[in-house]
Unconditional design. Structure first.
Length: 231
């Protein structure tokens, strides 16, 4: 066993262990960190297979952007995972059986690609192009329509995710930027002219016909009846 084969088994074992810890970790933050470790291990395996472009893309896109964003979202949401982990061990045998069936199906489909003895000879002139250029030529010539179909599906998924987050909630107050831009001065300020109010003179209070006799009168204290026999 050479060094490349030993590194392949080491990175593969770390990848399997990290993938298993993603679904068994109690904390969602720890599960996200184990997923980052799984992505790093997969990129190392691709580096051993001389697929440098795919390895760098996996690290930059998934680990550098998607997983960091997912980790921050998980840390801010503070999701209660106790409710999701109810009856976990009861469903574990069925989940393991389904995973084994999927693994066998993928092995049957991909096993033909690992038969090196039956592979067609590679043109030596292709080594001058490089992996990135060969991958681009293969994608945009032989697999152009599947690539466009995958792009449309991702676009539909992104639009659907945005539409789900734009629901109107009654407990949240939001401002409409369009109405703020279209506002005018007349909508905010209104000038009103009012006649000045003239106070009546103080000497005329309580005089004249129909005047209320109670107006201007001094308050009187209630009379107190003295008891009989008092001096």
């Amino acid at each position: 066993m050479d060094n490349q084969a030993a590194l392949f088994y080491v990175f593969s074992a770390v990848l399997l262990l990290a993938a298993f810890r993603v679904i068994t970790a109690r904390s969602t933050v720890h599960a996200a960190l184990f997923l980052v470790l799984a992505f790093f291990s997969a990129s190392c395996v691709w580096m051993l297979l001389q697929a440098e472009f795919l390895a760098i893309t996996l690290v930059l896109v998934y680990v550098g952007a998607v997983m960091v964003l997912f980790l921050f979202v998980v840390m801010m949401l503070d999701i209660n995972t106790d409710q999701f982990r109810q009856n976990f061990w009861q469903h574990l045998p069925l989940a393991g059986l389904i995973g084994a069936v999927i693994a066998v199906e993928m092995a049957l489909v991909l096993m033909s690609g690992f038969r090196v003895s039956q592979a067609a000879p590679v043109d030596p002139r292709l080594a001058e192009y490089g992996n990135t250029r060969l991958l681009g030529i293969e994608l945009y010539t032989h697999y152009l329509y599947p690539l466009q179909l995958a792009a449309v599906l991702l676009l539909v998924a992104m639009v659907a995710a945005l539409a789900l987050t734009l629901r109107k909630r009654k407990d949240v107050r939001a401002m409409d930027p369009g109405q703020q831009v279209r506002v005018k001065r007349a909508d905010r300020v209104r000038m009103v002219s009012m006649a000045p109010e003239v106070d009546p003179p103080a000497s005329s209070v309580g005089q004249g016909q129909g005047a209320d006799p109670a107006v201007g009168a001094a308050p009187t204290s209630p009379s107190i009846n003295a008891p009989k026999g008092a001096a």
